[in-house]
Design a protein around this ligand. Structure first.
Ligand SMILES: NC(=O)c1ccc[n+]([C@@H]2O[C@H](COP(=O)([O-])OP(=O)(O)OC[C@H]3O[C@@H](n4cnc5c(N)ncnc54)[C@H](OP(=O)(O)O)[C@@H]3O)[C@@H](O)[C@H]2O)c1
Length: 326
């Protein structure tokens, strides 16, 4: 049976994925690379992980050796860490000639914001990216938010020796599974920005749109991509035809900020439940101000052909349903 190396098992996405793998593919032996040394019993007994390797993304030799040993590498650990993806690719390249090998990489639609406008307002002319259009996917490059590792993965897949599959979810919300309460990237950056500013910001009129989806919509699709990789004896189509954009509701940043402000106020993170409009500079540094400044628009035509669907609650509904913990 093909072996899986899973990277990022304690994160929002990885914590659900490891349980889904146990449920859907109990026959596939899973190894995890994990730096947290406190959850080995949970991983082996509850999540049925076959092998636990403790280590960090900067341990290049360890990652190269692990990628060399496993048939399938699933990286839901970092869409930013270029050396991590380079180490994975180096290990895959060291596998015997002709052996089937697979890399499923989780990136993100933070690549696809239209930075021609950065005023926090929506613009009808904003580019709508289409995962079914290889010409769009060919525009992915290292200047994009997640474009560094994407480029490493895409270039690696071009000789056809490794089946590379890249999944681009939009903002992912929900609760982690298992003992580690990971917020995941987007919930984490909203929380940190609120702590930094003392309120939840949006930029200008806040009508620019953000796309997001619940963790429960992400996991079945990762399994569908895994099934595609398992089924195809050799990678089908070009590397650009193995890129999948998945999302859910398009929401105005103002509405998101208002919903986060209420939750973070209830949790005691900020002193007021009122979100505030700021200019771009007033939102400070980092990924969130970049995202909030512009529209993120895309369609999931290729992902839908593979079976992607989203029937989960929207981000605002999800946040409004969270109970007060204050
Ligand atoms: N959540 C989102 O909104 C979203 C949207 C689109 C794309 N993505 C992408 O999907 C992937 C997973 O997202 P997520 O939200 O599940 O992320 P997350 O909750 O932050 O989880 C990241 C995982 O990577 C591990 N990790 C991070 N740095 C590490 C290091 N130096 N060495 C070893 N392990 C390390 C973390 O381990 P520790 O527990 O030890 O920190 C954790 O298991 C990321 O690439 C992210 O960019 C996320």
């Amino acid at each position: 049976m093909p072996s899986i190396l899973l990277i990022g098992v304690t994160g929002l996405i990885g914590s659900h994925l490891v349980l889904a793998l146990k449920e859907k593919h109990p026959e596939l032996p899973v190894t995890v690379l994990v730096r947290n040394k406190t959850i080995d019993t949970y991983l082996s007994e509850t999540a049925a992980v076959k092998r636990i390797v403790h280590g960090s993304f900067d341990e290049k030799d360890k990652i190269v050796a692990l990628a060399k040993e496993h048939d399938i590498v699933i990286n839901v650990g970092s869409s930013w860490d270029v050396p991590l993806s380079e180490s994975i690719v180096e290990g895959l390249k060291q596998q015997p000639e002709g052996k089937k090998r697979t890399l499923i990489h989780m990136s993100g639609t933070g690549n696809f914001v239209d930075k021609r406008w950065v005023d926090g307002a929506t613009h009808a002319e904003a580019k709508v990216w289409d995962d079914n259009n290889p010409e769009d996917m060919k525009l992915i490059n290292p200047t994009m938010l997640n474009g560094g590792p994407d480029t490493v993965v895409l270039n690696h897949g071009k000789d056809g020796k490794t089946g590379t599959y890249i999944i681009y979810p939009s903002g992912v919300y929900g609760e982690a599974a298992g003992p580690i309460p990971a917020h995941g990237v987007i919930q984490f950056v909203y929380r940190e920005k609120a702590k930094e500013l003392g309120f939840v910001p949006y930029i200008g009129e806040g009508t620019a749109v953000f796309n997001s989806l619940h963790i429960k919509a992400v996991i079945p699709f990762v399994l569908q991509v895994l099934d595609l990789a398992l089924k195809d004896a050799t990678p089908q189509g070009s590397v650009y035809e193995r890129c999948f954009l998945i999302g859910g509701t398009e929401t105005k940043y103002k509405d998101i900020a208002e919903a986060f402000a209420e939750v973070l106020y209830n949790e005691g993170v900020i002193a007021s439940p009122v979100a505030k409009s700021v200019d771009r500079k007033g939102a400070g540094e980092g990924e969130l101000p970049m995202l909030m400044s512009s529209d993120m628009r895309f369609v999931s035509n290729r992902a839908k052909k593979l079976g992607y669907k989203n029937e989960e609650v929207s981000l605002v509904e999800y946040l409004r349903s969270k109970k007060s913990t204050k």
